[in-house]
Ligand binder design. Structure first.
Ligand code: ZN
Ligand code: ZN
Length: 253
């Protein structure tokens, strides 16, 4: 299994438009972060988790030629606004399967009504095949995927487990019975927004606390704001098995 971090930034991305913050001006490539998304490649299939506003650029950058399914964590703009750009995949492959909580599908139908149109559809619009995810394991092709339910302030968000890899973003809280689903992980990815606390995201201390509870072999932090600091500085402060993710990072499990 290969996981590619397509984007590791919070909703603004880094640099933030118009910002003179030193992290936004950093020359270190690892301090340049597109909006969060990952590509999971396993057994010849490619699964995209979230399809945000930087999707086109991310697909060009990783030279992705095929997407077998898109899984959504939740409906915030930084996670969904790239859907129109699936057109090149749609033209080559046909309808693209998408998987999400029913509330998220409802939101996608509202924002991208022309994609879900069945009557008089504009010929250039892509078509998707929606699948509703409930909080129980499901299969795509032969791959079992386990949803992990977390809360983002009051909003339900799904993380996803593929074999011994799990990806959770935009989490603030999680119930004990969901943590049970995260046993024996080789790699856990979780959001860590910044040093200061935040109402709907884990900050660095909370993310490290969560990682300690889950106890994976390795953990990577994502959904990062410029307020977290320079990549090089923050990474030095982390425990031995915890790393900051960065754009284009690939991990093989
Ligand atoms: Zn987000
Ligand atoms: Zn969000």
């Amino acid at each position: 299994m290969k996981v590619t971090f397509l984007g590791t930034g919070t909703s603004h991305g880094i640099p933030v438009i118009g910002s003179n913050h030193p992290v936004c001006l950093s020359k270190d490539e690892r301090d340049k972060r597109l909006r969060v998304s990952i590509l999971v490649e396993v057994n010849g299939y490619s699964y995209l988790i979230d399809c945000g506003p930087d999707f086109r650029q991310q697909m060009l950058r990783c030279k992705c030629e095929k997407i077998d399914a898109i899984l959504y964590t939740h409906e915030h703009s930084d996670h969904v606004m790239g859907l129109d750009d699936i057109r090149p995949f749609y033209y080559r492959q046909g309808d693209i399967p998408i998987y999400a909580h029913k509330r998220v599908l409802k939101s996608l139908r509202k924002r991208f009504d022309y994609i879900f149109e069945t009557g008089s559809k504009y010929p250039g619009a892509p078509t998707v095949t929606p699948h509703v995810i409930k909080n129980s394991p499901f299969q795509i092709n032969d791959q079992e995927i386990i949803p992990i339910k977390v809360k983002h302030l009051d909003l339900q968000v799904f993380g996803y487990r593929f074999n011994d890899f799990a990806y959770i973003t935009d989490m603030k809280t999680i119930k004990d019975k969901e943590i049970e689903k995260l046993k024996n992980l080789k790699v856990l990815v979780v959001n860590a927004l910044r040093i200061e606390p935040h109402y709907s995201h884990l900050n660095l201390d909370e993310a490290l606390e969560f990682i300690k509870r889950v106890n994976p072999e390795k953990a990577y932090l994502t959904h990062i704001s410029y307020n977290l600091g320079f990549h090089a500085d923050v990474e030095k402060t982390l425990p031995n098995n915890v790393f900051l993710a960065y754009d284009n990072l690939e991990i093989t499990l």
